[in-house]
Structures are given as C-alpha cells and as structure tokens.
Design a protein around this ligand. Structure first.
Ligand SMILES: [Zn+2]
Length: 217
C-alpha cells in the first residue's frame, strides 16, 4: 500500500508491504521537511530511503533521516553528480508553464543547499526491492533527469517521481533534461498496466482517465 506524505514542495510516499511490517520511503522532500518525515516514520520499520532522482526537493532530508533513523539511501548512479553540482542537470520546458518552472528550478537549484551524502545502494532498471521487505521493482524513467527512476509494486501502484506531473492536469514531465527520453519514459508508464500513478507534484493519477493524453495535451 502507498501512503502519501505531503511535504513542503513535493510528495513523499511510504510504501508498505501487505503485512505492514516493513516499508520504503520514496523521496525525502526538502531539508526543511526533516522534522515532519521523522515524526511520521518514527514508528515505522522503514528499511530504505529511495530517491527517484537528484533534485533538491526530493532529496533534502535524506542525509539526516538516514543518519538519525539508520536507514540506507538508494538512488541511481546517473543522478549522483547532481548532488555535488546541480547545474549539470540543465532543465528545459516546452510549454509556457514548463519554461517558467524550468527557469525558476534552475535558479533555485543552484542556490539550494542540502547536507551531502553518498548513497549506499545504487538503483538499476528492473531491480527487485524484496530485500527491503516490499514486493516492488525499480523502473528506469530517464528524461526529467538522466537517472530518474520509478517504483512499480506488484499491486501495480507506480511511483514515478517527476517523470509525470499533475499540475492542473496529468502530463509528462513539464521540465526535463532530455525531451526524447522523457517521452519514451512516458510510454513506459503508459504501458506498465499501472492502476494508480503517484507523482512528485500533484495528486495521484488514475491512468484510466488520464493517460490517453499526449505528453503536453
Ligand atoms: Zn525533479
């Protein structure tokens, strides 16, 4: 099951197994979200902090959470360079809203500080997460960033990070490093059979109603 934890600038998700005995935290908000996340996760047996990509609004509290709750952090190797130099991941947008978001994200990212960390688990496409107590696997969804990943559970719940947005309506990533990759990842999501899609920004998407839309419909 997927539990949404609303953070200041993005959604985090607590993914729990059927018996609710173990869980994975998907994304870690801003550094300012540390208190909120710690409080929410204190009584949970979280076995992994999984970061969908290396942007400040998804990784901010990861280092401190990992230290304080003694939980390993996982992300893709491709996004690791963004932790030390966010300007490497130049973002583009092709709609008016996307271009505005991209411009403000680039400005914010270059100034935004977060505690440094080195992930102890590197994620790759198809990787099972069963060793962390959850029946789910990693799906590579590059485009928004080079190393963006999603998590698809056996119940067909799909946490896609920023590979889709639901701001005003469901679309592909409104800002991206690579447009063609982003479109291919959107096709991966569409053909996954997901019953519910959980995004970094906005409410969950019901694919039955939304995925007939093109990337920028
Ligand atoms: Zn992002």
């Amino acid at each position: 099951m997927v539990i949404t934890i609303k953070c200041a600038a993005s959604n985090c998700y607590l993914l729990k197994n059927d018996s609710r005995s173990a869980g994975i935290l998907v994304d870690a908000g801003l550094s300012a979200d540390l208190g909120r996340l710690k409080k929410r996760l204190k009584a949970e047996n979280v076995r992994l902090i999984l970061l969908t990509h290396g942007h400040f609004d998804h990784i901010g509290a990861a280092a401190r959470l990992s230290e304080d709750l003694r939980i390993p952090v996982a992300m893709s190797r491709e996004d690791f360079p963004l932790l030390t130099d966010p300007s490497l991941g130049r973002l583009h947008g092709s709609t008016v809203l996307g271009s505005l978001l991209a411009a403000s994200a680039c400005l914010t990212m270059n100034k935004r500080a977060f505690p440094p960390f080195i992930p102890s688990v590197w994620l790759r496409d198809g990787q099972s997460l069963s060793e962390f107590g959850v029946d789910a696997r990693v799906v590579a969804l590059p485009g928004h960033t080079k190393g963006s990943v999603g998590v698809l559970t056996s119940e067909k719940e799909f946490m896609v990070g920023d590979a889709m947005f639901n701001i005003f309506k469901a679309t592909g990533a409104r800002l991206y490093e690579d447009f063609e990759q982003m479109k291919r990842s959107l096709e991966v999501i569409k053909s996954s059979g997901a019953k519910q899609i959980y995004v970094g920004h906005g409410r969950p998407i019901d694919p039955a109603g939304s995925l007939a839309l093109s990337a920028f419909a």
